[in-house]
Ligand binder design. Structure first.
Ligand code: AFP
Length: 279
């Protein structure tokens, strides 16, 4: 696993340079779900794939920017699904973005996730590593070293409400829940970037991030393998929870590598509120 973390650190350093120097324009290419890829997405994807291809411990990788699984080493132990630069469309307005990694064994399913890592490219570059026992925050210094800062642990209740998806398309039960939370003095915080929005809730100890199913996207928007499962692993390990409104999001079945799912991440009181609202 250490080799994988070292490869992620190397990719992070290279992607930071790409963000600083890179071209934020759209490319001519589209990914398998029809999204026009930014040049930053493609450049970040190339870096990560190159660094993982050097590792004997990696069996397969799959990127949010690609439509197929790449075989690396048949004797490898780990399967890695990653979102090279989530929220990349926010770089040209200078908002924080991130990379997300889910590390699986045996198969690409929620129940087979064994580790997860995400990187925040914000005013500072931070890497969060979850091994299923603890969630650790590291910060990159001017020498490109990653120093341990602290463990992240969630409280039972938070104060942040981060509601995603198109409000006019929300189903009534969701709208009622979100409005009731604001009546209960939760603060609105939503950047449009999943990584900084969830990182904010984790570091502040609690709250709720939601990207529900809605009339325009009944299955939500966020992708299970690359975005939802890694953050569910982090939130559960930090003492919070992650649900699709019915049960643990890590127990949902994945039929296709680009499957999406409604998802809610938060501290326990807020997750129970979602389960109640979606009954
Ligand atoms: P992009 O990577 O296309 O910018 O999308 C970002 C994202 O995947 C996730 O980071 C956000 O939480 C969510 O989509 C924002 O979606 P909306 O634009 O529908 O709010």
């Amino acid at each position: 696993m250490n080799e994988i973390l070292e490869a992620i650190k190397q990719s992070t350093i290279e992607i930071k340079n790409i963000i600083i120097k890179g071209d934020t324009d759209k490319s001519e290419q589209q990914n398998s779900t029809g999204d026009t890829q930014l040049k930053l997405d493609i450049a970040s994807d190339v870096v990560i794939e190159r660094n993982f291809k050097k590792l004997n411990c990696v069996k397969q990788i799959v990127s949010e920017e690609q439509d197929h699984i790449v075989d690396i080493n048949e004797n490898g132990k780990y399967l890695i699904a990653y979102d090279p630069l989530d929220g990349s469309s926010l770089v040209d307005v200078n908002l924080s973005v991130g990379s997300i990694y889910g590390i699986y064994e045996n198969d690409f399913t929620g129940e087979n996730i064994v580790a997860s890592v995400y990187v925040v490219f914000g005013p500072r570059v931070e890497m969060i590593v979850c091994d299923g026992n603890s969630v650790k925050l590291y910060r990159m210094n001017s020498l490109k070293e990653f120093n341990y800062i602290q463990d992240l642990v969630m409280q039972e209740k938070g104060t942040i409400n981060s509601p995603g998806s198109t409000q006019q398309c929300w189903y009534d039960e969701h709208r009622t829940m979100i409005n009731n939370m604001f009546s209960d003095d939760y603060q609105l915080s939503y950047s449009g970037g999943m990584v900084p929005d969830l990182h904010h809730i984790l570091l502040r100890g609690g709250g709720l991030f939601s990207y529900p199913g809605a009339s325009d996207k009944p299955k939500g928007k966020l992708r299970q393998l690359f975005e939802v499962f890694p953050f569910a692993h982090v939130f559960e390990t930090a003492g919070g929870g992650a649900t699709d409104g019915k049960g643990r999001v890590l127990e949902i079945e994945t039929k296709h590598i680009h499957d999406t799912s409604p998802c809610f991440f938060g501290s326990n009181l807020e997750i129970n509120r979602v389960i109640e609202a979606y009954k």
